[in-house]
Design a protein around this ligand. Sequence first.
Ligand code: EPU
Length: 419
Amino acid sequence: MEKLIVRGGHRLHGTVRVSGAKNAVLPIIAASVLGTEGSKIAEVPELEDVSTICKVLECLGIRVDRSEPHVLKIDSRNITGWEAPYDLVSTMRASFLVMGSLLARVGRAKISLPGGCAIGTRPIDIHLKGFEALGATIKQSHGSVEALAPNGLTGTTIYLDFPSVGATENLMMAASMAKGTTIVENAAQEPEIVDLANYINVMGGKVRGAGTTAIRIDGVKSMPGGEHMVIPDRIEAGTFMVAGAMTQGDIKVENVLCEHLKPLIAKLREAGCIVEEGINDVHVVGPRELKPITIKTMPYPGFPTDMQAQVMAMMCIAKGQSSVLETVFENRFMHVDELLRMGANIKTSGGRAALIEGVPKLYGCQVRATDLRAGAAMVLAGLVADGTTEITDIYHIDRGYENLVSKFTKLGADISRVG
Ligand code: EPU
């Protein structure tokens, strides 16, 4: 079994370039199902999750050419299937994102139910309620969901009970070829939603208002496809910024849109870091001693849940008491037990609140990457721990961080992959 070995105690310095955003490229690849000709997507990160969604497309008869690094050429002229199988959906929930585009393009979709995942039960009720509002019939049996709209979908106004990122994306795709206009209210406002809307528009769709709480989608008869470049990954960028903060480092992170990182930048400054925002980069200098901070995760533009674990690792070595309130997911504290093994002082209550009393030192030991961001938190903790940290279950990390080892090595970390 492969492991990451991190030897702590090195100040990170230098420049690192972040890759295209995982959570933007996955819905963008799913939206490619809509194109009757094909698309070319640039700045595609080379990740396990990208391979998985490409396999989902291949199950539908779509041809995906990955011969050029970081570029996908998608030939979606012929769709021969409408099912996403369990083995793909169970490894990556985002496979469910092809439901909206399949419904729009071929009027039917059958997807295995995603089931539980490392960060808790994640229902799909908001997606399904939206598809029904657009006129689809939903059937659930034998562990799958089937959506049918043989005569096409019809635009309507849909209010989301929660601004779910995935539901907003799925409904934007479904509505893009519906008859008439759809308005998604209480929509998610994440930058990845805007990137998807831009892609749908270059493909020939008509989406307005993405990035606000009300998105208007005027249905079009068909969309040929188009060319698009994926936005930078704000969570990968944030992970390096926290690494700089924790190691008394001096790091320039390139290919960054600071506008997408405002909550993290504010919190790093509160913790005592110097953060200089450039047009396409951000420079972080970590203090000698970190100050404690408080975070509450929220949908965008609030503090991102995908940075909660990494920032908790930082809080473990701040001087004083920090706190975390996780409001987006019910069970996203799997990293707490692993941080405790490293000597952290954390008390949780109700699975959503944590009090973190900073300790002078963390100690290297064997820990697990319990999910993608928890795995990133283990790497960060390992960078400052006394001795060697051995991280197992690193397939979680491979799902979302491209070339993590070489990027951290270039910044001066002592990290390697073995096994
Ligand atoms: N929810 C429902 N019903 C639904 C959909 C969501 O109750 O039908 C709940 C979820 O259970 C959760 C909350 O709403 O408690 C937020 O879920 P959301 O749908 O917004 O998340 P997602 O689309 O499943 C995406 C990212 C996640 C990120 C969240 C929140 C992708 C592929 N995934 O998930 O990314 O945490 O938005 O920002 O875009 C990660 O990258 O590590 C990751 C988990």
